[in-house]
Write a protein that binds this ligand. Structure first.
Ligand SMILES: Nc1nc2c(ncn2[C@@H]2O[C@H](COP(=O)(O)OP(=O)(O)OP(=O)(O)O)[C@@H](O)[C@H]2O)c(=O)[nH]1
Ligand SMILES: [Mg+2]
Ligand SMILES: [Zn+2]
Length: 291
């Protein structure tokens, strides 16, 4: 029988087949081959007990893609959610995340939630920083149900993974898109101004026929060891148009004289925040390579 893994907890995989969900174990063949079943996988199962809805995972069907962070498969796009306020957006983390998604060829929609909490000037800044990043950028408020119809439209007919830090409203958005989902949501800590990692497991929810959304646990850091420092600039798409003004070929836009990107930065054509993140990531990778 064929189904889809919607959740994996403590060695069990929950496989949806039509209206039913079977609790399955992965047999030894997966461990021996070092393949780990992922949420989102289309699988074949053997039913062990129809009444108790238990089964065995026997085969994983070919994946269209698999993401490392969050660990899910067969997604069409990522809705990367940050809060415009509470918690304040961590630009560096966002830029790392965009790089990761791009590297994995997953189209990204950047979504800033909680616009109800942000001041007009905060939103203007966010808009300015990301206007040329090469991704669609949306502003929403789950609380006030603002911008949600547009998100519905963008997710329609696709499998979308919700990703972002803890406390930004991923599960809250999920509950709005699919009230039956009843995902647990949690407050942002007053003291540390961060979410509390309320969601512990990725979970695939069917919104309507052919439309799936994956809620995932929040993340707070991203190591990007899979990148070479020289390729980082290619992920900051707004730099490209100024690169032919760099004096040196292969200019890293950090220390070289007559750099077109640095000139564009001085003229305010490139965002200081994005540029600083670029230098931060570039330097981190360069330092690492020295060891
Ligand atoms: N003011 C405001 N609060 C919101 C909005 N969306 C979500 N929240 C609140 O933000 C808090 C965190 O929401 P969650 O949905 O649990 O966040 P999450 O991204 O799923 O967090 P993790 O599961 O920990 O990764 C909750 O108290 C929500 O009620 C919004 O648009 N405006
Ligand atoms: Mg959550
Ligand atoms: Zn340059």
């Amino acid at each position: 029988m064929q189904g889809k893994i919607i959740k994996g907890i403590a060695g069990f995989y929950y496989v949806q087949v039509g209206e039913k969900v079977y609790q399955c174990r992965a047999k030894g063949i997966f461990r021996n081959k070092k393949v780990k079943p992922l949420v989102g996988d289309n699988v074949e199962i053997d039913i062990l007990d129809e009444a108790d809805q238990e089964g065995n995972l026997v085969k994983i069907l070919p994946r269209s893609n698999e993401l490392i962070r969050p660990a899910v498969s067969n997604v069409d796009q990522a809705l990367v959610i940050f809060a415009a306020k509470n918690p304040n957006p961590n630009y560096n983390l966002l830029d790392r995340f965009l790089m990761m998604m791009e590297k994995q060829d997953v189209p990204v929609i950047v979504c800033f939630n909680k616009v109800d909490l942000a001041k007009e000037k905060d939103l203007k800044l966010l808009e300015k920083v990301y206007e040329n990043c090469g991704h669609l950028v949306k502003f929403i408020s789950v609380k006030e149900e603002e911008g949600i119809d547009e998100i519905r439209g963008l997710t329609h007919g696709k499998t979308t993974v919700l990703a972002g830090p803890s406390g930004v409203g991923k599960s809250s958005l999920m509950n709005l898109l699919q009230p039956d989902a009843k995902m647990e949501t949690g407050e942002v800590s007053e003291k540390i101004k961060r979410g509390r990692h309320t969601t512990r497991h990725s979970e695939l929810i069917c919104i309507e026929e052919d439309t799936f959304v994956l809620d995932t646990p929040g993340f707070s850091s991203l190591f990007i060891h899979m990148f070479e420092e020289e390729e980082i600039k290619d992920y900051f798409q707004e730099f490209a148009q100024y690169e032919d003004q760099c004096r040196f070929q292969g200019c890293s836009h950090t220390h070289e004289p007559d750099c077109g990107v640095k000139k564009a930065l001085e003229e305010g054509k490139i965002s200081q925040i994005r540029y600083d993140n670029y230098v931060n990531i570039y330097t981190e990778l360069k330092e690492k390579r020295k060891w």
